[in-house]
Design a binder for this molecule. Sequence first.
Ligand SMILES: [Fe+2]
Ligand SMILES: [Fe+2]
Length: 506
Amino acid sequence: MNIRKVQFGVMLMLLWAQAGWTQISLGPYVQRVSTDRATVVWYTDKATPGVLKYGTASGQWLGIIKVKAETVHAAEVTGLKPDTKYFYEVSDSATTLATGAEYYFETHIPAGVRAPFSFIAAGDLADGSTNQKEVAARMIIERPKHKFALLLGDIVYSSGTRQEYLKYFFPVYKNLHRNLCFFPTLGNHDIKTSKAAPYFEFFYTPANNPEKVENYYSFDYANAHIVCLDDELLVSGAALTKQLDWAKKDLAEAKSRGRQWLIVMFHRPPYTSGTHTDDDFTKAQFVPVLESAGVDLVLCGHSHVAERSFLLNNSKIVNEDLSNYPKNGIAPGTVYVVSGNAGQTGNLAGKHKLMAFQMGDIGGFEIVYINGDTLRGKYMKKDGKVIDSFTMIKAGNFTRVEISDPAQRPLQYVFNYPNPLRLSQTPAGLKIVFELSQTLPIYAAVYDLTGREVARLDNGALLRPGRHVLQWDGKGSNGEPIASGMYFYRLRAGAQVHAAKVLLLP
Ligand SMILES: [Fe+2]
Ligand SMILES: [Fe+2]
């Protein structure tokens, strides 16, 4: 080929680029995905019309969204079908800027549907380190299996500047964020620049709170409800009160809508012994609210290690098992995960007595799997090895009692655990937990399958509204252990009777 012709061609292209061709300078990336909508964001090097085409197959477009001629484009698509993969294409109306099989988003599984899904949770990310790039490479390998990612704060180092986002965040995660929705939370490094102005510029969160602030929010996904809290900016005075009041209401509503798993993320872990110690603020302000709301799982970053607690309540271990937690209904107990090493890494400072698993000086992230009654958490190192896993199960005799008429149904929840009951493993015996809506006498007893009463648990004790626990040590009324086998208990409050089976094993 004639060299002069090539040079002329290159010069012509440069001239055209300078004269009119639009260049994409950032993105596209997907944000604020839900069951029926999604936002695609991209930046261009000059003010130009933004055009987004979308459809269930690449190139076969169902709709088109046009946004104003600016350099920042955020096109929100609405009216979508849930649990559907949509491809998209970005252009300036004349030139296609991004298109192909990698440009898509997946709308959420509808709230209440018990379908399996999983997501990634990673904190302390974009510091430009080799560890960050290696962890990102593992996330990209893992990505097709998961539906979204939670960013647990300290998203960009060291000061949350625009330049740091452009250098360390967007280039490293571009193969993820163009089709995987990142739901972020603020970390202490993110707020170092203008109260996190770059964070609020780049992320678009649901902001489903009366204040319409993007600092905290929540969303349903299938049978789970996920909440993001802000432990960095709205942490005192009226702003904190509003945030906590919103969290209480939001979690109570999620539970009343029947969401089975309540998951909360924020940056500073209430329990850790890594590059930080227990955070007094989140322990005092968040933990009581979350535990009384029945939150199952808390995900944090900040401490640059991997840690996972036992099932805890009020800073005490309620289940000493290393990795299996039967957790029916509103059973007390929350598992706390620290996953603060997707970029930064650090060593453990020592054994934390509430942690079932701790590992320092590694890079990786947490993966959470939900399948109906079961929640599994796994910590995956950047080499793909899983070095911690735990399970919470809500199967068993959980009964959620409809509370449309509390006067007629004083038992709002009843459940028992463990089931089966192995007295050799749980000498404390069976616990029957229930919630009363009014002061009433309670009658409870255990029966064998012929209907013969074998143990009396409560005989007309007057109980106040609230949560109560009855315990059965597996012994008969005469104080002797009873034979293994199937039994059932009956619990009566007013006119309402609840009965459930219990399998007793040696
Ligand atoms: Fe931090
Ligand atoms: Fe950090």
